[in-house]
Design a protein around this ligand. Structure first.
Ligand code: BGC
Length: 765
């Protein structure tokens, strides 16, 4: 399966049941019918009812269900999030339909980012699959399960490009690359929305966080973003644009300011660009409390001013603050906000409700009451097979000395590490309605794989961290990290004893999921000391050491790379994580994942990313020179480059062949290579095509991913992999903010990671 810059993605609707988009109502789901219906509805609404539509309320301790029900019947709520069962959702919709004046249905939303009940790998893991079919599976299953729970919208996909591993939310996105993120985000939108978000098993997406949240200064959460227009439009904007062009009905604002303007008060971003240049017709939603936060940002003087600024900037719906409800009535009265402005915002909300099919059937995602599941968390509601298949593809083999892996299903295996048997951590952050108890840990996965054929000895070996401050931070809101009360030495001793009696040691190390989440930025990227001590002790036993990494960001692993015989990056692999990891450890699945992000050697290298500019003094490791762009105390490149990942077999890539040395503006060239499986096992690999504009009016990246193709080859098999290139793949925003391709020489690089590539070139005329 090949994915290219200019190739559209057909969505597989394998999971799409054959239900019509318009189950019981008779309103056609066309923009014309919608506009007429909504225009008419607006004429019937009071100012308060219009304002009510703009309120998006989170059910929780501050807003218990009972209090919300009263507000609902008064028409003071437009949508609800954080309610995830059919019973609860039905009760709220009943309130509207039975007691409110105009019976405008609510919509229900949730953070379905990597699964709803079945938890798939975190997005960084999914990106490692370099497989858009895997994305489609995640999208379809997640939408299916979310819609089956009564939901209409998801706060996903998260397409914030990020090159700063200190930022905890890097785990939620698809990595450092613009093209890969665009492809993944767009495919997620298409697969979650299906033919129509009104379908029984589709949900509307809300792309987030607009814009450039992934570039917060210093990787510090909620921090400022300031960047050139060129970088913004060349590197950070395309994923949002592609996901919106794919038809996403919603977009969520970022919390950060961009070049001084917080998103919720940025009319250039929300009006000129989003609605003007990009022609977006859906709904804009502020992130949690973002309107309130305008005061602290310093772009609004007081609460009333924050509301005035936000609605004028183009924020339709206000998430989790009561400001719109409180202050809009007065602002309308005083004329500071016009009826037209209020109508615009209300219209956008009503439009998406219409598109969700809610005016045809407010219960379209609920069905009949009798059909509600007796047990919301029933096993039968999960999609374990799909989860296991996707999870296997998300695993990246970083090192495999002397073929330590795959392991034999015999002898004694010591399974150690603070994450080896953690049901919660393996799900990762934003695990939606996933139930930790239903997830398969590494220990269980290994036991399942070997059955009675091998002896498994388990020892925790260390706590995730011995730093009490960090444990308190992680356990601030809930008991997320269970601390073993034994001394660190006692735990290590137990693990070492287990290792000494084993043929091989498998150690699961990394981060508790709360370390790679919202509001979890780090200043360091090494493993916590407790785990480093454990690894050192295990290494000293002389037993083969396999490190299974569980983490939500690239870590600095120079030391572990030296210590381990094999290293497998597993991110947070989800409900079926343990089984999927065992599939790889024992060779039942040949690993095919590739890194969607560069792994730095140390935090000081950040940002380290493959698509950098060359500078006037590039560093050449073969001819080191003091006055070149480098750090004098560390090797220059990343420890593992973007696109890197090993297999249990080996592949070779031939020289690059080009169909023509020149390309006309309206023409095409095709670059191809022959890829051969030179090893003894069948396996998949990701062939990656990068382009470089060698000389242009501005400096261009040394290479940029422009196509990838995941191919399966039997031992000895060769396949020709071709990438057609057209002018669209060569365009960029120049100094005058003109988007175009400039004539001249282009390098084409093709390889199995971003660092080791074969090179060809052609001339754009
Ligand atoms: C996050 C969003 C999320 C929202 C609702 C916010 O804190 O930034 O990504 O969608 O909460 O849960």
């Amino acid at each position: 399966m090949k994915w290219l810059c200019s190739v559209g993605v057909a969505v597989s609707l394998a999971l799409q049941p054959a239900l019509a988009a318009d189950p019981s109502g008779d309103r056609p789901l066309t923009p014309e019918a919608r506009d007429a219906f909504v225009a008419d509805l607006l004429t019937k609404m009071t100012v308060d009812e219009k304002i009510g539509q703009l309120r998006l309320i989170s059910v929780g301790p501050d807003n218990p269900k009972e209090a919300i029900r009263d507000m609902i019947k008064e028409g003071q709520v437009g949508a609800i999030f954080n309610t995830v069962t059919r019973q609860d959702i039905r009760a709220m919709q009943d309130q509207v339909m039975q007691l409110s004046r105009l019976k405008i249905p609510l919509f229900f939303a949730y953070d379905v980012v990597h699964g709803q009940r079945t938890v798939f790998p975190i997005s960084l893991g999914l990106a490692s699959s370099f497989n858009l079919d895997a994305v489609k599976t995640v999208g379809r299953v997640s939408a299916y399960e979310a819609a089956d729970d009564g939901l209409n919208m998801t706060w996903a996909p998260m397409v914030d490009v990020s090159r700063d591993a200190r930022w905890g939310r890097i785990s939620e996105g698809f990595g450092e690359d613009t093209f890969l993120t665009s492809q993944m985000g767009k495919t997620m939108v298409e697969s979650m929305q299906g033919k129509s978000p009104a379908d029984r098993y589709s949900v509307m997406t809300s792309v987030k966080h607009f814009a450039a949240y992934g570039a917060v200064e210093g990787g510090k959460e909620y921090n400022t973003v300031d960047m050139s227009a060129q970088r913004l439009f060349n590197d950070y904007m395309p994923p949002y644009k592609e996901a919106l062009d794919a038809g996403s009905g919603g977009v969520m604002m970022a919390l950060n300011s961009l070049n001084g303007a917080p998103a919720a008060s940025d009319s250039w971003l929300l009006k000129d660009l989003l609605r003007g240049d990009w022609g977006f017709k859906g709904i804009t939603i502020s992130d949690h409390g973002a309107i309130k936060e305008l005061i602290k940002h310093g772009t609004a003087a007081d609460p009333e001013d924050a509301v005035r600024v936000a609605i004028k900037a183009g924020v339709d719906m206000s998430m989790a603050d009561e400001y719109y409800s409180k202050y809009l009535p007065g602002l309308i009265k005083s004329g500071k906000v016009t009826m037209a402005e209020l109508d615009d915002a209300a219209r956008h909300v009503l439009n998406v409700k219409y598109d969700m099919g809610l005016f045809n059937d407010p219960y379209s995602h609920l069905g009949a009451k009798e059909s509600d599941p007796q047990d919301t968390n029933a096993e039968s509601r999960l999609h374990r097979d799909e989860a296991r298949k996707v999870a296997r593809e998300s695993l990246v083999l970083l090192k495999n000395r002397l073929e330590t892996l795959p392991l034999k299903k015999s002898g004694t295996i010591a399974v150690v590490g603070p994450l080896a048997d953690s049901k919660r951590d393996i799900m990762g952050s934003w695990s939606a309605a996933g139930v930790a108890d239903q997830s398969v840990t590494l220990l269980t996965g290994i036991k399942n794989a070997v059955g009675d054929n091998a002896k498994i000895v388990y020892a925790k070996g260390a706590n995730v961290t011995d730093d009490k401050g960090i444990v308190d931070f992680l356990n601030q809101y809930e008991p997320a990290v269970v601390v073993d009360k034994r001394t660190p030495q006692a735990m290590i001793d137990e693990a070492v004893a287990a290792a000494k009696n084993a043929d091989v040691v498998v150690a699961a190390v990394g981060e508790a999921q709360g370390m790679a989440h919202e509001a979890s930025s780090r200043t360091d990227l090494i493993l916590p000391q407790s785990q480093r001590d454990l690894i050192a002790a295990l290494k000293a036993t002389g037993k083969p050491l396999v490190l299974v990494l569980m983490n939500g960001r690239p870590l600095a692993l120079v030391k572990e790379d030296q210590q381990a015989d094999a290293l497998l990056e597993t991110w947070y692999a989800g409900t079926e994580g343990g089984n999927a990891i065992a599939d790889v450890l024992f060779g039942d699945y040949n690993p095919s994942g590739k890194l969607p992000i560069s792994f730095p050697r140390s935090v000081g290298q950040i940002p380290v990313y493959y698509s950098h500019l060359n500078t006037g003094r590039p560093y050449n490791p073969e001819k080191p020179n003091k006055y070149t762009s480098r750090y004098f105390d560390e090797a220059n490149g990343p420890l593992y480059p973007f696109g890197f990942g090993l297999s249990y077999t080996t592949f070779t890539v031939s020289d690059v062949k080009l169909s023509s040395p020149t390309m006309k503006r309206d023409g095409k060239v095709t670059a191809s290579v022959d890829v051969t499986n030179t090893g003894k096992r069948a396996g998949e690999t990701v062939v990656q095509m990068y382009l470089q504009d060698v000389t242009a009016s501005v400096s261009r990246p040394v290479k940029q991913l422009r196509g990838f193709d995941k191919v399966m080859l039997k031992p000895g098999e060769t396949q020709t992999v071709s990438f057609p290139i057209d002018v669209e793949a060569l365009k960029f925003w120049n100094q005058r903010m003109k988007y175009d391709a400039e004539p001249g020489t282009f390098n084409v690089f093709i390889g199995l990671d971003s660092a080791r590539v074969k090179q060809g070139e052609f001339e754009l005329q």
